[in-house]
Structures are given as structure tokens and as C-alpha cells.
Design a protein around this ligand. Structure first.
Ligand code: MG
Ligand code: MG
Length: 598
């Protein structure tokens, strides 16, 4: 299907917006009036610019407060419309969006509204222009899409149709099933936006919190399926007002938007029982490794040894060590800066298929870093730049990437595998990252949580594979630009232990390797639950959900990374989110001490 986007959805000047939109591969744009008003180019020049970039101008918007008004106001509104038609002719655009009247002058009279819109349709026809009437969720008298359609039907003019907007329909909780009863040739345009479920004023919700489909909580694919069943063949057009996108890089936002539309198209095809438009996701079956870059391996080696890992090999051609325990594998790379989490290896049943899927969703594919005798490793860059490698480890009939490190025996201990990795995202890439992991890797997005940090809020959202073998916790530590304050460790690798009491006891015996937890935490914990005294004695953290229990503990940080040791029982699904404020407070205190006594 044709893909469009409203210029309001990305940042910058109109020419910057058009370039970013064209570059991301969109077929068309909706010109948001303010973007034209603030543009030094004439409408003819904008038309040429768009044509040069290969994007069509599909819609001019918005034209406000037109219908169902007293006679003197109608005359003024028609004069206003005539001037806009002239601008549209110079722009070369043939559709105008008219949104339902919000002015106190509007009269609650459908017949009057229809009469006025018919007049507008007649005037528009003289310019070869079509008028698409849209019900705003906060329209004064018309705020429901079926109400807008009834008025359009009553007006009965071929140059008047309706514009459907997923936000206005779904934010009101309207049933989109009624769309199928609207004749296809009367649906002039389809605007799409998602949003997180929020209990707030619908106008503020729309202006600040819209997001691209797949980033919020609305069933946008379900709505589009109804529109397509009605017979609509026009563009899918994104119209997103969002505080973050207004400040973010236009090129990135446009690519994020395109990824959203491609993913949406796939979900819609699935709903309609049609062939998928892109290769199916290859869901990773586990973590192959976590790669930590560090110029000095001493501290991390000490920590890994205390955790029970063994250094099982060194790469012949690269400054990389392999550390193993059970199916948990850590690569220590002394070639980079750090210490930081430098890459993640994902077990893929079909690495080439993983890359193909990623490419079809505009993920940057990284050049293979490999000598001729080494196992091939395919990788793509996640939105925060972290390389994601698609690997095969010790699968029959396939070379294992671990062969590069030489032969070795199994290393057994209480640590069995990597449970999850937590990645801190730049604040303006949070929604982009959650869509990236869900669409590119076929992971499921869980609800977004807000947690208290002593100096702000931490927002967190997990993406997981259906069987829980892959869990990635995406965090942002600041909502807004980074304030100046001590840097916190910001990435962690969580290791699953089958005996966390033994692991924690070993780490306590070997030195100050675990984060100290305040006694007040245990006073509260013991008030809420009957827990074993070992939990307080060893400084473990505890959580439970409807499925089971969770014990976890954090190591001290090395540079910007730390380890978490976790033990899940009974199918616990979470990450100990209720304990995160405790961890953050202790880490802040440590960072402040470090700033005073470096
Ligand atoms: Mg709209
Ligand atoms: Mg964690």
C-alpha cells in the first residue's frame, strides 16, 4: 500500500522534513499548514521540491471551524476556504482535511452542517479539490466518526468524503467495526496514530502522546483491517503529534515511522489472512553471549571468577577472551573503551533469515568482522548502536562461533545462562527501541513501567520471546535531556543461578562484590511477606507475582556495567521492578562517593 506521513510527525523545517520523509521511502506527505506558513519557499517551490524528492503531496491540513455556523460567519469561512484552495492549487494538492468544528459559534444542527459542507464541496469541485471531513475526538458537536459520516452522507456531494483517524476513533473507545459500512469511495483519507493508554484530557493526549503504530496500546492493525475490508485503497498515512519526535532527529524518526508502517502492514495482512509482505521473524532461542569491552580486564576477570566463570579460550586474531559457565558466555574485549556492554549475541535458528528480516525493517546491517577461517557472524545495529549478532552455538551440522576460541570442556556451576540484559536507551529513542526489538526480532512488548530514581524517573519496558529465553529490559533513566550529575552504571547482564544462596554467599565471602542493601528494605519486606532470614543475611532482594517468586542480587559496578544474579521460581515473569528504586539509590550513593574520592 502507499505510505504517507504528515509533516507534523517529524522535526525540522519543511524542507528538512520532506528530505527525511523521502529518504525513509515514503510515497507521499500530508502538508501540515504551519509547516508551510513558516517556510520561506513559495507553494510552487515546495511542490517542485517534493516532486524532485519523489514524494506526492496527498493532503493539505487542517482547515478548522468551518461548518454549522451563523450566516455571516459562513460567508467569512467560505472566503477563507477560497484562499486555501488557491494555495492548494499552487502546491498541486487536491485533498483538504476539514476537521469538525470546535468553536463555541458552532450550532448543534446536523442538517446545517451537511448544507455547509455541501457548499464547501461545490466550491472545492471548481478547483478540482476534494474535502475530507474528520471528526475530532473533542469536536464541539461532532466527535464520533459515524456522526461525521452521517453528515457527509446527508451532504451528498462527490467532492465531499470522510477522513478516518485511528486516534480520534480509538481514544474515544468507539467500535471501529462500523467503518465497514462506509462505502469505499466516501473514505477519502486514513490517518494513523497509536497512543499509550492514559487517563487524561483527550486533546492533551492527542497533542503530546500520539506515537507510531506498534509503540502504544491501541489496536491500530484491527482498525486498518476494517478500513481495508470496506474497500479503501488510498494511502496509510501517519499523523503523530509527539513531544519527543518534535525534538528528535528527523531522519531517525522517519525511518522509525516507516518501520512502524511496514510492521503494521504485516499485522494487517495477518488479520486478513493474506501473505506477509516481508520475511517472517526468526525468533531468537536464547542468548549466545554478552560482550563486554574493557581496556583493563583485571576487575571484570576478578568478578567473573568470583561468579564461577572460567576463561575457556582466547581468540586467535582478536583481543577477545571467552568466559563460560553453563550456557552463560561472556566475551571480554580489550580492544575498545569501557567497561561497557559492547554487543549481544543471540542464538538464531537461521542467522541469514534473521538478517533478511532486519533488513526488510530498515535495520542497519553491520559489516562482518571476520577472518577467512572464522565462523561467519551476522549483525545488525540496535537503535542505541549496540550490535546484535545472530549466532549458532554448538548446534549439530553447523560450525559454532565458539570453535574460534579452541576446544574446551563444559564448565558447570550454579550459574546456568543469561536471564536478561538491561540496556539504557537514549531518552528520545525509547519508543523506537521497543518497536525495533518487537518488530525485527519478533519479541513481545510488555507494559511500560515508571520507577522512582532518587533524582528522577526511570521508565522501563521489557521485550521477550514467547518462551522467555530472550528477555531484554529497555530503560531510560531521564525523561528529557540528561541533567548534569554523576554518571550511573547503566547496563547490566543478569545471570540465572540455580542456587542463588550459594552464589551470593560465595560473592560475600570473596569480598565487597555485592551492592549493600539498606536494613530498612528488609524491615519493610518482612512486614509484607514471610521470608527466610537468609534473604536479609545475604542481602538478597525479593519479589513475587501471580506466577511465582524472584530472588536477585546486584554486583558492584565495573565502569558502566554490573551483573545481576537472579533465580526465578514458579514462572515469575518480572524483573524485580519494585526493588529497582533501592538499587538506584545505592548506586547513586556509590557514584557520589566516587565523585568525591575518585
Ligand atoms: Mg487527524
Ligand atoms: Mg535486571
Amino acid at each position: 500500500m502507499r505510505k504517507s506521513i504528515a509533516t507534523v510527525s517529524v522535526s525540522g523545517s519543511l524542507t528538512e522534513k520532506l528530505a527525511a520523509i523521502a529518504h525513509a521511502g515514503f510515497d507521499g506527505v500530508e502538508i501540515f499548514e504551519n509547516d508551510l506558513l513558516t517556510c520561506p519557499l513559495s507553494p510552487q517551490e515546495v511542490r517542485l521540491r517534493a516532486a524532485d524528492l519523489g514524494v506526492s503531496i496527498d493532503l493539505y491540513q487542517p482547515f478548522r471551524d468551518f461548518e454549522a455556523v451563523p450566516a455571516d460567519l459562513l460567508a467569512r469561512n467560505l472566503r477563507r476556504a477560497e484562499r486555501k484552495f488557491e494555495v492548494m492549487e499552487r502546491l498541486g494538492v487536491t485533498q483538504l482535511l476539514v476537521c469538525s468544528n470546535i468553536s463555541p459559534d458552532a450550532v448543534d444542527d446536523d442538517e446545517l452542517a451537511a448544507e455547509h459542507l455541501r457548499l464547501l464541496g461545490e466550491r472545492a469541485a471548481e478547483h478540482g479539490i476534494r474535502v475530507a471531513y474528520e471528526a475530532l475526538a473533542w469536536g464541539r458537536h461532532v466527535n464520533d466518526y459515524l456522526h461525521a459520516w452521517r453528515i457527509v452522507r446527508m451532504a451528498d456531494h462527490p467532492h465531499l468524503g470522510t477522513c478516518l483517524d485511528s486516534f480520534h476513533i480509538l481514544s474515544r473507545g468507539s467500535d471501529p467495526g462500523g467503518i465497514e459500512a462506509i462505502p469505499a469511495d466516501r473514505i477519502f483519507f486514513l490517518q494513523l496514530a497509536d497512543a499509550p493508554l492514559l487517563a487524561m484530557d483527550v486533546l492533551q493526549w492527542s497533542r503530546h502522546y500520539r506515537c507510531f503504530p506498534g509503540q502504544g496500546d491501541f489496536d491500530v492493525a484491527g482498525l486498518v483491517a476494517h478500513v481495508l475490508r470496506a474497500g479503501y485503497t488510498g494511502p496509510l498515512s501517519l499523523e503523530v503529534f509527539n513531544d519527543v519526535f518534535r525534538q528528535a532527529d528527523a531522519d531517525r524518526t522517519a525511518v522509525d515511522a516507516m518501520r512502524s508502517l511496514i510492521t503494521l502492514e504485516e499485522s494487517v495482512a495477518h488479520r486478513l489472512g493474506q501473505a506477509p509482505p516481508i520475511p517472517r521473524p526468526v525468533i531468537p532461542t536464547g542468548f549466545a553471549f554478552a560482550e563486554l569491552a574493557t581496556p583493563d580486564t583485571a576487575r571484570l576477570s576478578e568478578l567473573l571468577t568470583a561468579l564461577g566463570f572460567l576463561r575457556t579460550g582466547t581468540h586467535p586474531g582478536k583481543p577477545v577472551e571467552l568466559w563460560e559457565q553453563g550456557d552463560a558466555r561472556i566475551l571480554l574485549n580489550t580492544g575498545g573503551d569501557g567497561p561497557e556492554l559492547a554487543a549481544i549475541g543471540l542464538e538464531s535458528p537461521d542467522p541469514a533469515g534473521s538478517v533478511e528480516r532486519a533488513q526488510s525493517l530498515l535495520a542497519p546491517v553491520l559489516p562482518r568482522r571476520r577472518a577467512p577461517e572464522e565462523a561467519p557472524l551476522d549483525a545488525v545495529a540496535a537503535p542505541d548502536g549496540t550490535p546484535l549478532f545472530f549466532c549458532r552455538t554448538a548446534q549439530p551440522d553447523h560450525p559454532s562461533w565458539t570453535d574460534d576460541f579452541g576446544p574446551k570442556g563444559p564448565v558447570t556451576g550454579d550459574i546456568t545462562h543469561i536471564d536478561h540484559v538491561a540496556l539504557t536507551q537514549p531518552w528520545h529513542h525509547f519508543d523506537e527501541a521497543s518497536l525495533f526489538y518487537s518488530s525485527v526480532l519478533g519479541l513481545r512488548r510488555h507494559e511500560s513501567l515508571e520507577l522512582a530514581d532518587p533524582y528522577g524517573l526511570l521508565r522501563s519496558r521489557a521485550v521477550t520471546s514467547p518462551d522467555g529465553a530472550i528477555r531484554v529490559a529497555l530503560n531510560i533513566t531521564h525523561i528529557g535531556p540528561q541533567p548534569s550529575r554523576p554518571d550511573l552504571p547503566y547496563q547490566h547482564v543478569a545471570l540465572a543461578s540455580q542456587d542463588i544462596v550459594a552464589t551470593a554467599r560465595r560473592l560475600r565471602t570473596l569480598g565487597d562484590l555485592l551492592l549493600p542493601i539498606p536494613a530498612n528494605y528488609y524491615d519493610d519486606l518482612e512486614a509484607r511477606y514471610q521470608v527466610e532470614p537468609t534473604i536479609r543475611d545475604l542481602g538478597l532482594l525479593y519479589d513475587r507475582d501471580e506466577y511465582g517468586e524472584f530472588l536477585h542480587v546486584y554486583t558492584v559496578a565495573v565502569g558502566r556495567v554490573f551483573f545481576e544474579i537472579v533465580q526465578r521460581s514458579g514462572g515469575y515473569q518480572g524483573y524485580g521492578a519494585s526493588n529497582a528504586p533501592i538499587r538506584l539509590a545505592v548506586q547513586h550513593a556509590g557514584a557520589a562517593r566516587h565523585a568525591l574520592h575518585p
